[in-house]
Design a protein around this ligand. Sequence first.
Ligand code: LMR
Length: 400
Amino acid sequence: VWSQVPMGPADPILGVAAQFKADPSTTKVNLSIGAYRDNDGKPVVLDSVKRAEQIIKEKKLDNEYLPVEGLQSFIDASIKLGYGDAYYAQNGKSIAGCQVLSGTGAVRLGFEFAKKFLPQGTKVYMPNPTWPNHHNIARMAGLEISEYRYFDPKTRGVDFSGLVEDLNKAQNGSVILFHACAHNPTGCDLTTAQWTQLLDLTKKKNFLPFFDMAYQGFTSGDVNKDAEAVRLFTAQGVPIVLGQSFAKNMGLYGQRTGCLSFVCANQQEKDKVVSQLKLLARPLWSSPPLHGARVADIILNTPELNQLWLQEVKMMANRIQLMRVSLANTLKSLGSPHDWSHISKQIGMFAFTGVGPEHVKELIAKYHIYLLSSGRISIAGLNEGNVKYVAEAFHDVTKN
Ligand code: LMR
């Protein structure tokens, strides 16, 4: 029956992670997927998560379905975390929230909603480059995609004039996808002044800003600072859409824990939006997963655990920053003819190294160091035990 089905290509990120897993080398290094590792290269279950899980166990809770929209106390706490306490206190009643399957689920449900309720032909503008799955999600939701310039390979920084030029040309009312912080894959974020300029442009052109915030806390170590762009826009009354994931900042990767929210004009509008989100989510996943939402809910709503979690976020961000500096410095001390300072200047979980696909192939074949063909590395995969090996390999493949 299925003989005509062609073999699909591997995912540009998950495919590399699978290649790493299958490699029997004892010196292999996984710099592909954005998942935090400790200094021994091991996955981490945060202490705040362990303590929340202990509380869940002691409460002897059942495994009944959540409602389609999810666990309400988790949704409220997520919204508070994203928009800030003050905004929530004033406007919380008009924010429509829905629990979703992590960042992917947030973008998917948000795009499905945009497709259904925005005028036909409305395009979504994405940064070039962006997380490759953004394109898949928009395509599956039936949204037309356009791109705006984001990265300048020459400066290894944001191409802000290109970005503004492209968005100026975009049709009024377009959906503009922004990475709220820790841009994936470039590791380059916008400055406050640049966000302010984009806010003016957004208002002028009546754009719908869609913030994908999958790394809140990973840029600065401070969850409030990292939500700056979201709060800048909402303070001016811009009706944003916000996707939040707890995969990275709580390490709840496989639990698929996230929240999608819409700033609405009033409570009535909010109720209608939630009712439609439920209608879209029901045939997609029926109701969202329970465990991760319970964990995040307890952490966000228990002051002592919340404090512990905030410290753990800072700890993860700090270790990544240390590894950035260590990799850049080691490359310099090895006498690399290239300037690698962008690695320590970039932010978030990734560095956009600038190495080309040929170098990537050599790093994988010769050194069993796995990274994306775009040259993106997950800094979280570096540690004191492998950073020198990685620097030596990068130096070797790029020195001529
Ligand atoms: C990544 O960019 O590596 C992560 O967001 C993991 C994923 O699902 O692609």
